[in-house]
Design a protein around this ligand. Structure first.
Ligand SMILES: [Zn+2]
Length: 338
């Protein structure tokens, strides 16, 4: 578990907003190369590693490397920057958060996401009343800038990528607080599943493809699915909160998301297995949610699909989960592939 948490911290520290994922993909790829599993690169930037199983029919387990972020939309005349969100990110979720701007010539500038009216001493009650929208928040960069030209001189341009600090913290009680546990926690679970398979000399019951997608947050993450795959499981976060059964200490098995119910028999198989192995799990239905698996269904592929993952609180905000949820997810996958 210790190594898994260390690697999770490393992956969380690599910025990977949607459309800017190369470095995080390379980190994972290198880890799989060290394990000596064959890797297939896909043109759009994803990859999958393959572990031969007892039969050729394939099981694909997928997690996504892409996270929320933003993009430079406008260089403002006052030296501030207007941004647009990448993915379903509420501005209130990153207010006051430190960030980096990644320019096309590989410079990085630090800054902070601020509302245009931030100081109570200047704006009084307006600070509380201001609705946070793309027009009412801006980036304050940590450079001497007071005009659009100043920003241009630094090499900052429209279309530059903005990544927010994950602000990862571990607690003695086993909680992990960070942005982007969605879905980097599951990427690391898949990596450690591969390690366990190697260490324990397991031959999976089906050929296993561990797939790392990079456009999940926009709904076109899975493509180039190997032909023999007939079962597909998205390993993605469960959502903890009002009205949900998910918890930060259990693995969530989805019965349905906002797009589709998951395969009834596959969900039953997973829940029976969790019960048999005494793995803490819950079944949940999450409405404002779509996974890579339900997105793959809309491509017309003939697949049985499921989605499962650790319960995470305050998703798409400053998230939190517990080591127990990562362990439960890992244990269920470990049992399922055999
Ligand atoms: Zn996700």
């Amino acid at each position: 578990m210790k190594k898994m948490i260390e690697e999770l911290q490393e992956l969380l520290s690599i910025p990977s907003p949607i459309g800017y994922t190369d470095e995080a993909v390379d980190y994972l790829k290198k880890a799989f190369e060290e394990l000596d599993y064959p890797i297939t690169d896909l043109k759009k930037g994803s990859f999958y590693a393959t572990i031969p199983g007892k039969v050729e029919e394939g099981l694909l387990l997928g997690a996504h490397v892409d996270t929320l972020g933003a993009m430079v939309r406008e260089l403002k005349s006052n030296g501030r920057i207007k941004a647009i969100p990448l993915g379903g990110m509420p501005w209130s979720g990153v207010e006051g958060e430190n960030l980096q701007i990644h320019t096309r010539d590989k410079k990085r500038y630090t800054g902070t996401l601020m509302p245009i009216k931030s100081s109570v001493h200047i704006h009084g009650d307006d600070v509380r009343k201001l609705e946070r929208t793309t027009d009412s928040v801006e980036i304050r960069i940590d450079e001497d800038v007071s005009s659009k030209e100043d920003l241009e001189k630094l090499g900052i341009s429209i279309g530059d990528i903005v990544s927010f600090s994950p602000r990862t913290q571990l607690t003695d009680s086993g909680y992990i607080k960070s942005r982007y546990l969605d879905d980097k926690s599951c990427c690391i679970i898949l990596l450690h599943l591969a390690r366990r398979i190697k260490e324990e000399g397991i031959t999976p019951r089906k050929t296993l493809h561990l797939y790392f997608s990079i456009y999940e947050e926009l709904g076109h993450g899975l493509y180039g699915i190997p032909e023999k795959v007939d079962e597909l499981i998205s390993v993605d976060i469960g959502c903890v909160g009002e009205g949900q059964s998910s918890t930060e200490k259990t693995v969530t098995i989805f019965a349905k998301d906002g797009k589709s119910p998951y395969d009834y028999n596959l969900v039953t198989q997973l829940t029976s297995l969790a019960k048999e192995k005494e793995i803490p799990y819950v079944i949940d239905v999450i409405e404002f949610y779509g996974s890579d698996a339900t997105a793959a269904l809309s491509q017309g592929r003939d697949l049985r699909v499921a989605c499962l993952g650790p319960g995470v609180e305050s998703t798409h905000h400053y998230e939190r989960t517990h080591e127990d949820a990562l362990k439960a997810t890992m244990d269920l996958l470990h049992a399922f592939i055999q």
